[in-house]
Design a protein around this ligand. Structure first.
Ligand code: B1N
Length: 838
């Protein structure tokens, strides 16, 4: 409004001065030096790599911000339908390399830095990971944000700005120890604090019931406490587009009003305590993957985050002066697992209690707005909240949940009369002591679409956890959206040599935005010169990984050995235990060989990495066993280079970027039916790494795409698991003999004091081997022998490797995101125009 009053010269001056900075080497160097000498207040010479990183990051950030402003400015005017991706985890990793590549500025920055006396790789290595996630679920959110931005979809992520990300792992005496990940120690250049955007979030208190002037009963929640949510925006630039999306992360702070009240009451200590409790909400990421801790602070995080996000979304919608019934035409909200399910309840509360809509109209808006992604079938991961705890924190939300449940069960009863068992099974409330709120049921009832994350998983949930809901709602509500990964980070950025070879071979870099074009590589398997280049790149990547292993584990490994990798969260269902048991088997086999026999053994380096939840005792013992086996095997002169075992500490996104391009074979060996999808399987195959795996999660679809000659499949199938468990429990199927031999070796003390490992070995007791290690062991050993034999035929192997990459087009997160956009969100791309202004 004021702008319109400005004289023309003022307007022109602003226009002139807000022109974007150019992207030539000279301008970029000036911007870097400017940040060194002013923003960082350092002398222009004699800086270290970290200072150089900070300056380059700030210069990159300036360019990100101008794209962010341009995008968000144009979107505000056009006001298209947007999608909001609600995720408690965004596992972004490092940002600088990715931002420069996506903005097309990497080459120019490379040269600019070099002439200033620094090396790009060293500068990149100075960045700490943003590790606001546990594993696959959080990294998936990050890949989806990259694809949404690249495909020009108007999308925002909403999450929490944890002060501490996933803990740092160090190995002490073979055991995992945890250290805090205070990643904000040196300021975070990749976020824009929006200190002006602050939202009050209430907790506790009571509900007032009042009759309004029309005699309608109204409910008014009067919270006992409130905290502030402050916004921090993380720009997400698309690849080869001006579009720049946003992840808004909330930070909790004490409210000023509350401070004042306490201070005025003279209760200084209480006011400080309240302030500390408010800050605690966004202090730390819960370190459990695929398990639910049930802690009050976690529920507070979930409400704080969903309420702040909903408030923000509703405020944006209200600016458009549309009718409430238009809300689902402007807003789609995707729930990344059940963690944000309270958003359903919060929107219903805002519409009914604050906007005075009637219940049914509100509920129709809510269910048209939300869609829900399920990521797991493991019972220990299913979110449930105890009703008494919930009522204490969110009394009005509890009432709304009971009402949602009542109306829902009434409809079920109408459709299927007189079936108490059915009502009990489908109820949002579990009748336990105390009662529990089943968040997955609430998410299904409050959403218009429910999806699993791989074909097998999506069909499994329809016959197990959501079976009754499929019968009630019909098949159409329950769909599959197979996960994907971004080829920008997971090939172009992490494997630059392979990316360059692919671009050279295909004659263009279009494949980075249309991954199906990789199929053009299939024609090159007969080209010996091409195969040689392909394998030389793999070897160079292995050399790089060998250096990292030397540095982090102090173990020397040969890049000519087969690199066998299992990196992922440590969990019984993922069966790292089975892997290390098979390594012991391999060790014993080699030890029993004559020199002549040894000459034909395929040398192998077995590489492990991954964090165990700090309270997951058995998973931590697996880490200890791996390190104990490594200590013995790596020292044994009878084995030499035929077998090496390493555990790479503190596996994270930036370490994955080194490991993934360097793998020959990687292990995705969960008990069939337990791994919803897996996404690292896709990353490895995309980089020409073969995989050994079970028919689980996305392995099934990878097999479909690359063909059975290019993958090593073993083990039982998902539909056989129930019978196998039954058989070992009630018919006492004996333990596999090879496995028995391995267990005896451990029990004889081959690897440290066997007492340490007794609890672990107990999980294999006949009848208790829940993850079916014994049942799958023989076929696992055979599959590993097939890997050895195949690797010896290097020419054939190189062809398999090329075909792996060639057939991975389906697994781009661009494909996944497009499916969500078209089949769930009903949103269209919006092309941002480069108007040349900041
Ligand atoms: O989500 C990934 C899948 O690829 C993996 O197979 C799946 O295990 C993973 C509670 C989870 N499922 N559930 C979680 C994480 C944190 C938490 O607090 C559950 N993670 C997965 C992406 O679809």
């Amino acid at each position: 409004a004021e702008k319109a009053k400005w004289p023309k010269e003022t307007v022109d001056l602003w226009a002139k001065l807000s022109k974007k900075e150019a992207n030539d080497i000279d301008t970029i160097q000036r911007s870097i030096v400017h940040h060194v000498t002013t923003t960082l207040a350092r002398a222009a010479y004699n800086m270290d790599n970290f200072t150089a990183y900070q300056a380059v990051a700030l210069s990159t950030r300036d360019r990100l911000i101008s794209r962010w402003n341009e995008t968000q400015g144009q979107l505000s005017k056009a006001d298209p339908k947007r999608v909001y991706y609600l995720s408690l985890e965004f596992l972004l990793g490092r940002s600088m390399d990715n931002a420069l590549l996506n903005m097309g500025l990497k080459g120019t920055y490379d040269k600019s830095i070099e002439k200033l006396g620094f090396n790009m790789e060293d500068v990149i290595e100075s960045e700490v990971d943003a590790a606001l996630g546990n594993g696959g679920l959080g990294r998936l959110a990050a890949c989806y944000m990259d694809s949404l931005a690249t495909l020009d979809y108007p999308a925002w992520g909403y999450g929490l700005r944890y002060n501490y990300g996933i803990f740092q792992q160090r190995i002490v005496d073979g055991y995992q120890t945890e250290y805090p990940d205070y990643w904000l120690n040196f300021d975070n250049p990749w976020e824009l604090p929006r200190l002006d955007i602050s939202i009050q979030i209430g907790f506790g208190g009571h509900v007032q019931t009042i009759q309004d002037e029309y005699g309608v009963t109204r409910h008014n929640w009067v919270p006992a406490q409130s905290v502030q949510a402050i916004a921090y925006d993380v720009p997400i630039p698309g690849y080869d587009t001006e579009n720049c999306n946003n992840i808004r992360l909330w930070r909790s702070k004490p409210t000023r009003v509350f401070d004042l009240t306490s201070f005025n009451e003279g209760n200084y200590e209480k006011s400080v305590e309240d302030a500390t409790n408010a800050e605690k909400i966004t202090s730390v990421l819960y370190p459990n993957d695929n398990t639910m801790a049930g802690k009050e602070l976690r529920l507070k995080q979930q409400y704080f985050w969903t309420a702040a996000s909903l408030h923000d979304i509703v405020r944006r919608f209200k600016k458009s002066m549309r009718e409430w019934s238009d809300f689902p035409d402007q807003v789609a909200i995707q729930l990344n697992d059940t963690h944000p399910t309270l958003a359903i309840v919060e929107l219903q509360r805002l519409l009914v209690d604050e906007e005075m809509l009637n219940w049914d109209d509100a509920w129709e808006i809510v269910t048209k707005t939300f869609a829900f992604t399920n990521h797991t079938v493991l019972p220990e991961a299913m979110e449930k909240w105890s009703v008494p705890m919930f009522e204490y924190l969110l009394p009005r939300h509890l009432q709304i949940i009971f009402d949602i449940n009542l109306f829902f069960l009434q409809k079920v009863e109408k459709k299927v009369p007189n079936d108490r068992g059915l009502l009990n099974r489908m109820s949002i409330i579990e009748e336990a002591q105390p009662q529990q709120i089943r968040m997955a049921h609430l998410a299904v009832v409050g959403s218009h679409k429910v999806n699993g994350v791989a074909a097998l998983h999506s069909s499994l949930i329809k016959t197990t956890i959501f079976k009754d809901f499929v019968d009630y709602y019909g098949e159409e509500k329950f769909i599959n959206k197979t996960n994907g990964v971004t080829p920008r980070r997971w090939l172009h950025q992490s494997n630059p040599q392979l990316s360059a070879l692919i671009t050279e071979t295909l004659g263009s870099d279009k494949w980075l935005k249309d991954l199906s074009l990789l199929k053009g590589l299939a024609a090159k398997t007969g080209d010996a010169a091409f195969r040689k280049k392909w394998m030389a790149i793999k070897r160079a990547n292995k050399v790089r990984l060998a250096e990292l292993i030397k540095e982090r584990c102090g173990v020397e490994v040969s890049p000519d050995a087969l690199f066998d990798v299992q990196v992922k969260r440590i969990h019984e269902y993922k069966r790292q235990f089975m892997n290390i048991l098979s390594v012991i088997h391999r060790y014993r086999t080699i030890k029993s060989m004559t020199a002549a026999q040894k000459a034909s053994v395929q040398p192998r380096v077995v590489i492990f990495g991954g964090k165990a939840a700090p309270g997951y005792y058995i998973a931590k013992l697996v880490i200890k066993l791996i390190n104990s086996v490594a200590a013995v095997v790596n020292q044994d002169p009878a084995v030499g280079d035929l077998l090496k075992v390493v555990f790479i500490p503190d596996y994270n996104v930036s370490v994955a970027e080194v490991i993934v391009p360097a793998s020959d074979i990687s292990q995705h060996i969960s008990t069939a039916g337990t791994e919803a999808s897996g996404t690292s399987n896709m990353k490895f195959v995309l980089n020409g790494g073969l995989i050994i795996g079970t028919l689980d999660g996305a392995n099934v679809e990878i097999l479909e795409e690359i063909g059975e000659d290019n993958i090593f499949i073993f083990g039982c199938m998902a539909h056989e698991v129930e019978d196998l468990r039954h058989a070992q429990r009630y018919r006492g199927v004996p333990m596999d003999p090879a496995l028995q031999g391995v267990i005896s070796a451990i029990e004889k003390g081959t690897f440290e004091d066997p007492k340490i490992f007794q609890p672990l070995i107990s999980t294999l007791t006949v009848g208790k081997d829940f993850y079916l290690i014994s049942a799958d062991f023989a076929s696992y050993i055979t599959a590993n022998q097939q890997v050895d034999a195949a690797y010896k035929k290097q020419d054939e192997w190189s062809k398999k490797s090329i075909l792996c990459t060639a057939h991975m087009g389906k697994f781009s997160s661009d494909r996944s995101v497009k499916e969500y956009a078209e089949e769930i969100w009903n949103i269209k791309p919006y092309s941002v125009k480069d108007e040349g202004y900041m």
